[in-house]
Write a protein that binds this ligand. Structure first.
Ligand code: ZN
Ligand code: ZN
Ligand code: ZN
Length: 254
């Protein structure tokens, strides 16, 4: 399977509207430094599974029949906003999986259109999809949120990739699960530089402490805010091949 990051930014994305900080200026000059809102697409054989429905070009990028399922991490607007356009499509419905959040977002559940919302996922109960096991794990956020651990087994070798956004720290049961089930790569919410202690997202010190506790082969940061992007420009030594800021368009194979 291949996971491609469609975006790696937070809700304000980069460049932030009206901002002239170093990270935003760089992104204006060189589009490769832009960060769209965090989402990803997973390709398994000929199937495509979208994680979160917020890409601004979602309707163009995924023409009718090209999406086999959408998996939502949670129902904050910056993760579902393109579903408000997609739902009014016609034709085959699209399976949508997500956490147990009866409120959803605005009137998505009341008027789902072609979005076929499935029974909410149960944490730690894996679902098989095209030979890949996907385990939902609870996250620590201001709205009910699930991360997803993708697992492949080839020739007796198990590989795991965890996609964990949005979260600040991790619930104890998720932390233990990730320690007991070794993970090759973790992609995790990290919106802020050190000392920017917002409650709902990791800062880079907290993310690194999770890296040290779980000890995956590598950890890529996603849901990145412009203040963290600035801080990273000033502190390149804090990062390496095993602890890095992920980039829009970056691909990971499992
Ligand atoms: Zn900025
Ligand atoms: Zn959120
Ligand atoms: Zn978010």
């Amino acid at each position: 399977m291949k996971l491609t990051l469609l975006g790696t930014g937070d809700a304000g994305h980069i460049p932030v509207y009206g901002c002239d900080c170093k990270a935003c200026l760089t992104a204006k000059e060189d589009p490769s430094f832009k960060r769209g809102k965090t989402s990803a697409v997973v390709e398994i054989g000929s199937k495509q599974l979208l994680i979160d429905g917020n890409a601004p070009d979602l309707l163009q990028r995924f023409p009718p029949g090209s999406l086999d399922a959408i998996w939502l991490t949670h129902y904050h607007m910056d993760h579902v906003q393109s579903l408000f356009d997609l739902r009014w499509g016609v034709g085959e419905s699209i399976l949508v999986y997500g956490p147990d959040d009866p409120n959803g977002c605005d009137d998505l559940f009341k008027h789902p259109g072609i979005l076929a919302f499935q029974t909410p996922l149960r944490p730690f109960f894996p679902i098989e999809f095209e030979g890949i096991s996907i385990t939902p794990v609870p996250l620590a956020h201001s709205k009910v949120s699930l991360g997803y651990v993708f697992e492949t087994t080839r020739g007796g070798v198990v590989k795991r990739l965890a996609y964990l956004t949005d979260t600040r720290g991790l619930p104890e049961e998720t932390l233990h699960w990730l320690i007991e089930n070794p993970v090759d790569l973790i992609l995790i919410d990290c919106a802020f530089p050190p000392g920017d202690n917002w409650r709902n997202h990791n800062d880079v010190v907290l993310a690194k402490s999770l890296f040290n506790k779980i000890q995956p082969d590598a950890m890529g940061l996603i849901h990145i805010g412009h203040k963290l992007a600035c801080w990273a420009m000033d502190n390149p030594d804090y990062f390496n091949d095993h602890f890095f800021l992920a980039r829009d368009g970056q691909e990971f194979l499992l």
